[in-house]
Design a binder for this molecule. Structure first.
Ligand SMILES: [Zn+2]
Ligand SMILES: [Zn+2]
Length: 385
């Protein structure tokens, strides 16, 4: 089969590789019809993780079941399914509490014995191949496959967002404990930030502020009814206080991660976290879903190399704020978010900018990595184009 393979920093290509196949009785194999490129793929692309050469990337996957393991009960050949990016077993101590982003069974414990969490095609998340390919092996298929309703073809570009960014944006608002009628400040108008804005709107936020420095992305945030704040417009905290009777936002979401940059494009890893503490009110809540990693050997400063930032902890403590972090437990939300799409409450495909065949993926990575204007979200269709 053909698959997008990582060969080193900014070096990916579509190669011929052995077909994905059933490895356990509880697996299925799917034929991908849509698989997205994600902002978090760029951390690997840029050589900012320890991902191994030869890895097939891609964790945002939707397709048709083509092979079914003997111990799979409910998933059938021909089913159209979307897969949470995190792979859960469904029966470990974390999965049974809904914390499937921290599955203990599927995690790779060979390096860190206390490791939790697994994902398709991702650094540090186990040996699993990604789905930017023609076929993908799905472990614990009964648990991980979400079968789609009858409008699955028509709304494929919406449903594929259930694999990661829509639930992750939703998770940011839940970690921030947003309540109807409250205000929220969202840092980052990339796909996840935009999905957080959509989620906040659905949950009845009174004011949604979105902070970024890309005009094209801010324009999408505006379409979602958000008040946009350009980083160049000066101090974000001051601006938010002006718009909230001097209080600050009720809660905030971090949707950027450790590679955040200042208005001059220089990486300043603590910039967004400290601005978040500043712009959210005393006793407010912060949801942090942007990726931070324990080690970043390529980082520009000494702290960041060890996964540390100079964080305004004193200010956080003094303001009595609460903070929630970590990757999204997709299974916890995915069925309900699917219903929002099915009943036309949410249309996450509004951020799609490109739909391409798999062999154009290397070029798409280049454009997406350059943050080229208009390259908001790339969908690959490995089998249908
Ligand atoms: Zn993703
Ligand atoms: Zn588990």
């Amino acid at each position: 089969m053909k698959a997008l393979v990582f060969h080193g920093t900014r070096n990916v290509s579509v190669d011929k590789v052995p077909d994905a196949k059933l490895e356990k009785l509880t697996d299925v194999v799917i034929e991908l019809t849509t698989t997205n490129i994600c902002g978090s793929d760029l951390h690997m692309y840029e050589g900012r993780t320890d991902v191994k050469k030869g890895k097939i990337l891609g964790h945002e996957n939707l397709g048709i079941v083509v092979e079914v393991g003997k111990a799979v009960d409910t998933v059938k050949k021909g089913d159209r399914v979307v897969l949470p990016f995190n792979i859960g077993c469904g029966f470990c101590a974390n999965c049974e509490r809904g914390l499937t982003g921290f599955c203990l069974t599927c995690a790779d414990k060979s390096v860190i014995p206390a490791m939790a969490g697994a994902a398709y095609g991702f650094a540090g998340m186990g040996p699993y191949a990604g789905g930017q390919a023609e076929y993908l092996r799905v472990p614990y298929a009964d648990f991980n496959c979400l079968r789609l309703p009858e409008d699955s073809v028509e709304k494929e570009n919406d449903y594929v967002m259930l694999s990661d960014i829509f639930p992750t944006g939703w998770h940011a608002t839940r970690l921030a404990e947003l309540r109807p009628g409250e205000s929220i400040v969202i840092y980052g108008a990339g796909p996840v930030g935009l999905m957080a804005a959509l989620s906040a709107k659905i949950q009845g936020a009174s004011q949604i502020f979105v902070v970024d420095d890309h005009e094209d992305r801010l324009a999408l945030a505006e379409r979602l009814g958000a008040t946009t704040i350009h980083k160049k417009d000066g101090d974000v905290g001051e601006r938010i206080r002006e718009l909230t009777q001097g209080m600050g936002a009720d809660c905030g979401a971090e949707c950027v991660g450790y590679q955040c940059t200042n208005s001059k494009g220089k990486e300043v890893p603590n910039l967004v976290m400290n601005s978040l503490v500043d712009s959210v009110k005393a006793t407010g809540r912060l949801g942090v879903v942007g990726v931070f990693i324990p080690e970043d050997p390529q980082a520009g400063d000494k702290l960041a190399k060890q996964g540390q930032i100079a964080f305004d902890f004193g200010k956080l403590w003094f303001k009595g704020q609460k903070i929630g972090t970590g990757q999204c437990n997709v299974k916890a939300y995915i069925r309900r978010l699917m219903n929002l799409i099915h009943h036309d409450i949410a249309q996450p495909s509004m951020i799609v900018s490109h739909e391409l065949p798999l062999n154009e993926a290397p070029d798409a990575y280049k454009h997406f990595d350059n943050r080229d204007d208009g390259w908001t979200k790339v969908l690959l269709h490995p089998n249908s184009m």
